[in-house]
Design a binder for this molecule. Sequence first.
Ligand code: M6R
Length: 592
Amino acid sequence: MCGIVGYIGHREAYPIVLKGLKRLEYRGYDSTGVAIIQDGDLQVHKKKGKVVELEEAVVGKNMHSTICIGHTRWATHGEPSDRNAHPHLSNNGRLAMLHNGIIENYAQIKQELTNKGYTFKSDTDTEVLLNFIQDIQDNNKSTLEEALRIALKRIVGAYCILLIDQDDPETIIAARKGSPLVIGIGKGEHFLASDASPIIEYTKEVLGNEKQTPFIQKLDMELAAIEKGGYEHFMLKEIFEQPDTIFDCLRGRLLHEQQQIVMAGVDNHIEALTKASRILIVACGTSWHAGLVAEYMIEELCRIPVEVEYASEFRYRNPVIHAGDVIIAISQSGETADTLVALESAKEKGAFIFGVVNAVGSSIARLSHAGAYTHAGPEIGVASTKAFTGQLAVLTMMALKMAKAKGSISDERYSHLVNELASVPKKVKEILADTSKIESIAQQYKGASDFLYLGRGYNFPIALEGALKLKEITYIHAEGYPAAEMKHGPIALVDENLPVVFVATKDMYYDKVVSNIQEIKARKGQVIAVATLGDTVLPTMSDNIMFVPDIDEVIAPLLSVIPLQLLSYYVGTYKGIDVDKPRNLAKSVTVE
Ligand code: M6R
């Protein structure tokens, strides 16, 4: 999604903004641009394509300025092109503005402005808002800030905007609603960005703006966390970080020796959580898959009914929500617009919102009544990997804690699962110790046009997640299905060219999944199995096998997803795809 960077102070602004835009590239974008003010002259440079193409285009130009705003655009209104790239200029040429979000009522405002003689160089909603601001300023003879405030009262939608005026090189005006903005405070300088990554190398002091009263807070992030650290891609780095990120997530919470789980967010609201007549889980994409695993866990361990909802559907189908209903919101970025608006409306109806979020201080974290961070650190690769296992770790601890408080789990089972969960970081490390088999499977199947992913029980959501990962970063069509459901339709696809990935670790469904594998083999499908180390049956009937250490089925998703992440990664890189920034995708989907 769009990325925003701004700088105003005493240094050369353009290099800071350019570097910041590169740091935001992971969010996904299709064009980029900057605006500076030089001796009362407002200059805008913008280009379709990567930041580096803009950088090359301005080589030799005088970019000296102490004020600069920059943008990476992810197209919503109008195709990716130079003219649709931000920043945009107002009709009088004095104002430049960039924007992340969507102005939903832009068409009506555009019509009004067109009637007044305004013209538009782009197809964007942003240029409409900018000229609307100019119009108000001209008519009301108001300051730019006042004009902006008046304009925003009329705006329906979400936005974060930066606005500059060629007559005022000392000011960047910023406004946000529903879209993220971090403001970093240096000595006589300010940094603005969509997230903290462009800011942390200059300052760790950022402005918090909860409840309208600004206050300064410290950023808990290191520069190294957002750099590749010797790995070829962020995605690979993030896959390999998982033993540590899962450990960090469990640290201080899963007190293995004492057989205790300490989670303040859960402890403080244990009544609301355990007495809920049902729990709704709201999320999108990979986070939705984590929600499905949680559904199985909470229903099995806590005996509370759970419904897992796509946030985008939940919001608009007028769901029945009662005061006191518990909603678990899952999000890596904490900024996903579909999830955010779903939660806002549920909160208005009196639901209790528990956030499972990775990005500290993000909008969903702030909106939640309580929550637990996943502590996976910044996830830069567009495909979610370490954030997913962080979500699973948090949700497992929650389910265990709630079950214990409710008395719906035996001491023995609780203790067993606590021990199993504590063993996860070490076991993930074992899977990552040798990836050669997975690399050779990827090499073998990189030319396939379709994949089927099958699993049952706790491994069904992992089949969905494996298929999503493959689609995202290899552009190969893949579908995930419950293994048994395969015979109700997808089996028609099976022939000698179809690779079928079975997530078939040892669990209560194992024998049935073995039968499903035989059904595929009988039709000459290519079987790739994720199996439990020591399994001697699956190697006899699979074309390829990826082993994971033995673990209880409740915890198994934390292990069985790892080979699938790697499989997608290697297929994607063998196909020459930029796996960190696959086409059309955005890391943080901040539009509905
Ligand atoms: O930041 P969120 O977890 O709310 O994002 C939700 C989805 O957009 C995200 O999981 C998406 O599906 C990823 N690209 C998956 O790899």
